[in-house]
Design a protein around this ligand. Sequence first.
Ligand code: ZN
Ligand code: ZN
Length: 345
Amino acid sequence: MSTLHKRELLDASAPNQSTSIINGKSSNVLNWDDVRFPWAYPKYKRMLGNFWTPFEINMSKDINQFESLSPKEQDTFLKTIGLLALLDSVQTDYAGKVADYLTDSSLNALMIILAQQEVIHNHSYSYVLSSIVPKQKQDEVFNYWKTEPILQKRNDFVVKGYQDFAETPTVENLLKSIIYDVILEGLFFYSGFAFFYNLARNQKMVATSTMINYINRDEQLHVGLFEKIFKEILTEYPDCNTEELMEFGQRTFMEAAGLEIEWAKEIIGDDIEGLLMNEVESYIKFMANKRSKQLGFQPPFDGHQHNPLKWIIAYQEVDLGKTDFFEQKSRQYTKTTDANGFDDL
Ligand code: ZN
Ligand code: ZN
């Protein structure tokens, strides 16, 4: 097991451009024209281009509409928000821990921006909940991860992968934790995303779905960033590119998809108008195959090469400029009012 070393705060004897992605040397001075990876600066620009805050989104229609959702839709809505709140909280901290071990100051910068975006995601869940439910219910939702066994099982799976790296920072554990990261950011959010987009295409809770779409757009960039880091580490440390890692990756995506399907059966099942459970299951397997291939593993499920939820593409492929399904967001950073209760936070 090769130990990972933290980046030096400042090293006058080292170049600005690091000598290696991890365990290398770097002055730790950030000059975007003198960084190790040519893809880092374009990624930086795209991440900044995504900037948004929940304050931009007018929740007034959703506030009135929430009451008219079916009890099942309301329950799923809240449980999904509860799930996302926990994952994004953990993710903020994980990004900071990874940042410490990346030698190049530009990758550290990207991780810090990623972590900042996770903070905004968490803010958005508070923002939505404080708009539509009383404070007591909001507190309950933020505690679902402790009180809902099916959520616990699913979250423990990812958190355990992160903990192994946090407690024993080796190159192998970093690589494995990135697999869990891609599961968290690139798979575990997706049945929740499908639920919100399905509401939006039925003209329900459009403001919340707009926010979910912004989060989804950020997560796509995050998955892409971790994919790059994973591949660069394997290029620089080819000894780590083992059969064992490939099998571990494929197996872990398969287990994760199993947990996600179990979760989807609980929150979606056969009771959500417009979403068929067998299609959602197939969508989860498709996403697991896609993410597995992105990291260079064999896809865990035979078939499932195409997205069975065709309609969702319009909601997800935001780079194609197909966001007109969503309400136009107000570009003003309006002061929060008592109406959305956000000042009670
Ligand atoms: Zn996030
Ligand atoms: Zn993320």
